[in-house]
Design a protein around this ligand. Structure first.
Ligand SMILES: [Zn+2]
Length: 185
């Protein structure tokens, strides 16, 4: 199989009902990322997404209210997300001892291998939430050798503390991750 080089991939992190307003663990403006991501989708050949996909009981729920339980309505993608354009969904946090903040920890399929087999060298990270799963996924992407971008108007923070999202963006920048606006993609 010939592997193409220089491909750009779009990674959509956890745009699920429980992380959007009305959900159990909402990023207060989580739904604002949906139209931005929907516009970005057409600029990419490779589009993948992750889902937080927890069992009913998990050590993860010692830190967080139970959310994104497998097959629940809260674990569904936001209803306006253009899911028909998503080529592969990666499920993470699937074990009872597993936080699964990073999409690279998905258990249904190895995301690193999948993206590399598609020739992806540049990864654009979007979704929820900036201060947890977006940060963990972008950091892992950079470690695994992808040229990594975070699209700042296509991510949104939980902000347990008011500047958590901003701090996460600064940490990512310090880790050689490039912050871009969706108009620059
Ligand atoms: Zn979770």
């Amino acid at each position: 199989m010939k592997v193409e080089q220089g491909m750009k991939g779009l990674l959509i992190i956890d745009v699920q009902n429980d992380f959007c307003p009305g959900g159990i663990l909402a990023a207060p403006e989580g739904d604002h990322v949906v139209p931005v991501i929907n516009r970005l989708i057409d600029k990419f050949t490779i589009v993948v997404a992750s889902k937080d996909w927890h069992p009913r009981t998990s050590v993860h729920f010692q830190h967080w209210p139970p959310h994104c339980v497998q097959n629940s309505q809260g674990a569904e993608f936001h209803p306006e997300l253009r899911t028909e354009k998503i080529q592969q969904v990666f499920l993470k946090g699937t074990g009872d001892k597993d936080d699964g903040y990073s999409a690279f920890e998905a258990t249904n399929l190895d995301m690193n291998e999948y993206l590399k087999s598609k020739g992806v060298t540049e990864l654009y990270v979007t979704g929820l939430a900036t201060d947890y799963c977006v940060k963990a996924s972008a950091m892992d992407a950079a470690k695994k050798g992808f040229r990594t971008f975070v699209v700042t108007d296509a991510v949104s923070a939980v902000n347990v503390k008011p500047d958590d999202g901003q701090q996460a963006l600064e940490e990512m920048q310090a880790a050689a991750i490039t912050l871009v606006d969706s108009s620059q993609v």
